[in-house]
Design a binder for this molecule. Sequence first.
Ligand SMILES: [Zn+2]
Length: 471
Amino acid sequence: MLSLHDTALGRVTEIVTRDEGKLAMYVCGPTVYDVPHLGHGRSALVYDVLRRWLEARGTRVRHVSNVTDVDDKIIQRAAEERRSAGEVAEENEQVWWDAMDRLGVLRPTVAPRATEYVAQMIEAVAKMVEKEQAYSTDFGVYFASETVADYGLLARQSLRSLKIGARVERDPTKRSPVDFVLWKRAKPGEPAWSSPWGSGRPGWHTECVVMSLDLLGDDFDLHSGGLDLQFPHHENERAQAAALGRPFARHWVHHAFVELAGEKMSKSSGNYTSLVDLLDSADERAFRLLVLQSHYRSPLEVTAETIAAAESSLARLDAMARRLGAGDGLALAPVRLAASSAEPMSRGGVDIVKHVERFNARMEDDLDTPAAISEVFDLVRAANAAAEAGEVVRASSMASAASSLLASVGLMLKAASGEVDAISEDLLARREAARREKDFALADSLRDELLARGWIVEDLPTGSKLRRSHQ
Ligand SMILES: [Zn+2]
């Protein structure tokens, strides 16, 4: 059973999903006014790891993540660059998806854009106004936060302290400093939609509550994002859902920030200025490994040094995969690994079962990826030791298991060099010997074993040859 830290409860709790075997997850997505920074990358990776691992274990994940394509920052950027807000949003959204693809982050099941949901947002705001939980002023429409009894739950603060801490807004028409905007009247030249409160645009907090409920339904399982979203964004989403009378997210999960060793982000200090910059200058898997090696609720340090360390770990893992013929298309689904009857297990022995079980137990325990990854490293060490002891088949099974576990969290090892690894060569030689001795049953089983390792045997007049099956 998966447990995660739920911000609303302030503790780790078991995740009991609305529908058995399924997980409905909403992850707050980017505001596309600029290229993504490292914090965006961590956010995408944390939930991609969770999703992939759950899917590998047989859970059906519906993952919705929005694209905020209308916002003050986009409008401001468009004005600076003397082009339309639509152009700025479109261009940066493309950069976003390119970066996600390079990071190996699965595309969300649905990725709605705010501009596609304006009509529904207007409807929701109208309902809140009608219930007198929102009010219209010269500036736009505000939500009356104090009408929600437990406002401050996610902030883990009392309403009183939130009021003291609230910024002084420019708009004196706000009734309370904790009230927030649902609808903004447009200034001339700004993107605008007509509404009962004049021409304008929806507030960011309304976007996510409307889209998550529409695409995931009431009482969906997980609402997540960075710690910076806990308050006010998520608090305000929750308040609106309460006002709309809709059961909202069952659980709230927040991950910590990316830190740059206290240094200012700049190329000269050897740090990365953006996610694209990092992807251009390092192994594209290095960031994922760093994310895996730190707990999602702890700050993550991304510097030239930590990235270089991740790259050398990857190089060692790739070398193991090459040497022992594991990785690439050979990765077995961990769900298969979990079944004790699975063939690689019977060859690798009880050790592999133990490592796989421990890996999964770590993942279930509040997504303890650092501990899970160190289980994989233990398995890799055992595989290398077995190889050195000449137990090649056992070593190879362990390497395959390690490779599969890494694949279950989205880290793909690169084993295909086109070169035939030593174990496969040995299997081929044994198959040829069996054929010479007319032991066709053994020859066939060796051929199947080679196939399982990603090799097709081609019998030519000059002898047998191996060809990659997945290329
Ligand atoms: Zn959001």
